[in-house]
Design a protein around this ligand. Structure first.
Ligand code: ADP
Ligand code: MG
Length: 329
């Protein structure tokens, strides 16, 4: 089975950033309100993530590392309305097959913490006692140490770190209620306190996206009662523009997505005010009935399929168009 994991790992684990994405999603799924991330050498040498979530029970620790073991789907029909971020039960198995992984956890109902370790394909399933507060730590060392072909595709430490940081930013924007910290080679890069009020949420956006974005943006919050759609967030004013690094974040029910239909609706709404290849900047949250979106399209889950594509498209377009028209210079 470990060989199968190594093959599957190609899908999910491409670089340190993809490891961090999977680990962070697991932490959020576990109900953590605080996540600390420590990385060394762009994550190639070390990724350590600690959360204060529900933790994993002793007997479930080895299971967590095995393929297709997930605690998140109780019945097939759950797939229709998956609320948790991960649900395939592949991530930890895949990551552990291409790294040296240590999983330490103390379940909320347990008095002690326990630990399992793996080294590439050599699965060491013995569970040993450990010291850990409630929650889970995952340590991933020497990514791709046993798959040199894959390791060759890694870029410089700085580039890998940039990708990794972007993953943290996206998840930090999707969950303002959770505290995040990110350290690289011992240096604090992000320290985000949980945001509970609107002002605190705005401060988080400013920290993650830069204060200039908040200064030159409009906030909106528009709901369409009849269809149950709600769109809120911040859009950059025409004066705020970035042509190099895009600042474009779109969340559907709290998940970051990249979607042609959404992109088209936004581009249409902006078309009268954009010029010289400027890109619109936005942090937008769309909320709708989970039954109307299918997130089970691609393993990396950036794509969605809307059941009512036309409706969603027109709602986004009309909402943004109206807001933008009001502020057109
Ligand atoms: P999935 O998230 O798709 O279920 P993973 O391989 O990412 O699969 O994780 C396997 C299982 O390990 C999860 O279903 C969950 O039960 C457990 N797990 C992993 N990370 C954590 C965590 N940080 N806190 C609590 N449980 C976790
Ligand atoms: Mg997962």
């Amino acid at each position: 089975p470990r060989l199968a994991n190594q093959i599957a790992a190609g899908e999910v684990v491409e670089r340190p950033a993809s490891v961090v994405k999977e680990l962070l999603e697991n932490s959020l799924d576990s109900g953590a309100s605080q996540v600390e991330i420590d990385v060394e050498q762009g994550g190639i040498k070390l990724i350590r993530l600690r959360d204060n979530g529900d933790g994993i029970e002793r007997d479930d620790l080895p299971l967590a590392l095995s393929r297709h073991a997930t605690s998140k789907i109780l019945a097939l029909e759950d797939l229709e309305a998956v609320g948790s971020l991960g649900f395939r039960g592949e991530a930890l198995a895949s990551i552990s097959s291409v790294s040296r992984l240590t999983l330490t956890s103390r379940h909320s109902g347990a008095e002690n913490a326990w630990q399992v370790q793996t080294e590439g394909r050599d699965m060491e399933t013995s569970v040993t006692p450990a010291a850990h507060p409630q929650g889970t730590s995952v340590e991933v060392r020497d990514l791709f140490f046993n798959t040199p072909a894959r390791r060759k595709f890694l870029r410089t430490e700085q580039t890998e770190f940039k990708h990794l940081e972007e993953v943290v930013k996206r998840l930090a924007l999707s969950r303002s209620d959770v505290a995040f910290s990110l350290r690289h080679n011992g240096r604090v890069i992000h320290q985000l306190r949980p945001a509970r009020t609107e002002a605190e949420h705005e401060r988080r956006i400013a920290t993650v996206c830069g204060p200039a974005f908040i200064d030159q943006s409009l906030s909106l919050d528009i709901a369409a009662e009849a269809s149950g759609l709600r769109l809120w967030g911040w859009i950059g004013l025409p004066t705020f523009s970035r042509s190099q690094a895009d600042l474009q974040y779109f969340f559907v029910n709290g998940r970051i997505i990249r979607d042609k239909l959404v992109a088209h609706a936004i581009r249409q709404a902006y078309q009268d005010v954009l010029f010289h290849g400027r890109h619109p900047a936005f942090v937008l949250y769309l909320e709708l009935d989970p039954k109307l979106v299918d997130v089970n399209v691609h393993p990396t889950k950036h794509e969605v399929r809307f059941r009512e594509g036309r409706l969603v498209h027109d709602f986004i377009f009309r909402t943004l168009h109206r807001v933008i028209a009001d502020v057109r210079p």
